[in-house]
Every structure is written in C-alpha cells, then in structure tokens.
Write a protein that binds this ligand. Structure first.
Ligand code: ADP
Ligand code: MG
Length: 217
C-alpha cells in the first residue's frame, strides 16, 4: 500500500530533515506512528498523503508514484482512496455536519452522492455520537466534536488507506473507545490500511506495528 525508497525531505527553512531509506507498509497493515513532539510524525503523514513533495526519492501509494502525479491527480487519489484526519480539521462553517461529512462527494466528480452514501454519512455521525446534530453547523461544536466529524468524513468514502494524526487527542475515554472501534471495524470490514499517529498507550497496543520516527527504516 505504501512504499518509500531513498526519501529525503527538508523544510525550506532548513531546520528539520526527514529521511526514509526504505519503508514498506502492506495492504491491511495497521501501523501506529509514535515519537516526540517535533519528531516529524505529521511531516511523514503529509509526505504519504502527497501533500508535501519529497526533495529526493520516491513514494508509492496504492500503486501510484506520487512524484509522477500532478496536483490534480494527487488530489483525486486522496479523495478516492485515502481517509485523512489531520490536526487542521478543515470543516466548512457554512455546511451542516451531514454535508461536511459528504464533502468528498461534492468535490470529486468520481464519487456518486447517492442514497447509500447519504445513509452511510448519517450512520457514521450517529456512530461518533453526533446523530442528533446532523443539521447543526460546526461553529457550535467543541474541538473534540469537530474531530469526530472529521473522523466520520474520513471514513465516508470507504478509504483503503486511513491516515490519522492524533485522532483521539481531544476525546474523553468513552468517546475515544467509540471512535477507535469505528476505525478498527472499518479496517476489519474493508481490509483498509491504517497509519495513525498516537500517544495513547492503550491505542498503540491495538496496532500490528509501531513506527518510531526517531528510528525510521
Ligand atoms: P510532530 O508531528 O512529530 O510533532 P512535525 O512533523 O510537525 O512533528 O514537525 C517536525 C519538525 O519540522 C519540527 O521541528 C517543526 O518545527 C518543523 N516544521 C514543521 N512544519 C514546518 C514548516 N512548515 N516549516 C518549517 N519547519 C516546520
Ligand atoms: Mg504532529
């Protein structure tokens, strides 16, 4: 699902460098990404998502060589195959929660916004505990609630690869368990690959592999 070879990435300011000699993540594998703050976890996820281009080397995701794709194709790959839960949650304030979850369907001409997609979106919002607020705007939600909407949106397209950056960081214990269950159920049912940054020891235990950014392969 993910294959990186000889990757080097530097931020323009030159303050931080990430190197990946050879990393492979198999289809269906569930990987936790750990490491200290500032260690490069978010940067690694952005490289895999094709949001940041590497200075050197190649990254293949879902059989596609990211550096050979233009920005539009990389965006299509993200919309069609990837579920992203990043720290900047990017909810649109003028859409209600249901339409925020359905956003990939409104943006991509390749996804069909049919009855099943709508039912799935409503079901996902219910599953994260926001079923009574489908028609509310995100402006009134707490950080943790916004995170749950982003979660529902990431799973709405049945992505084969989920990239999540500390997705349970702002959630209380019960909500965290509910959201984690949803994530692992999705992986189980659709064979999706998970790459999840987390500091939560209980959550880390549930993954197949732990990738520490201080010791990248
Ligand atoms: P983590 O997610 O593990 O906390 P990040 O990947 O966000 O770490 O950041 C890794 C390093 O890169 C940090 O030192 C951070 O300050 C630096 N960094 C992150 N984003 C930028 C940027 N846009 N420009 C320059 N440096 C950055
Ligand atoms: Mg980070």
């Amino acid at each position: 699902m993910i294959e990186a070879q000889g990757v080097e990435f530097n931020y323009p300011a030159g303050s931080f460098a990430l190197r990946l000699t050879s990393l492979g993540i198999a289809e269906g594998e569930r990987v936790a990404v750990v490491g200290p703050s500032g260690g490069g976890k978010t940067t690694l996820l952005h490289l895999i998502a094709g949001i940041l281009p590497p200075d050197r080397g190649r990254i293949r995701v879902h059989g596609m060589e990211l550096t050979e794709l233009g920005p539009d194709d990389r965006r299509d790959l993200r919309l069609l195959k990837l579920g992203l839960i990043f720290q900047d949650l990017e909810l649109l304030e003028y859409l209600d929660l249901l339409d925020n979850v359905l956003l990939p369907y409104r943006v991509s001409p390749f996804l069909h916004l049919d009855r099943e997609a709508k039912a799935r979106a409503a079901h996902l919002l219910e599953a994260v505990g926001l079923g009574a607020r489908l028609n509310d705007r995100p402006g009134r939600l707490s950080r943790g609630e916004r995170q749950r909407v982003a979660f529902a949106r990431a799973l709405s397209t049945r992505p084969s690869l989920v990239l999540a950056d500390e997705p349970t960081g702002n959630l209380d214990g019960a909500t965290r368990d509910r959201v984690a269950a949803l994530l692992f159920d999705h992986a189980e049912q659709s064979g999706a690959t998970l790459v999840v940054v987390t500091h939560d020891p209980e959550l880390v235990d549930r993954f197949d592999r732990v990738l520490d950014v201080r010791e990248l392969p």
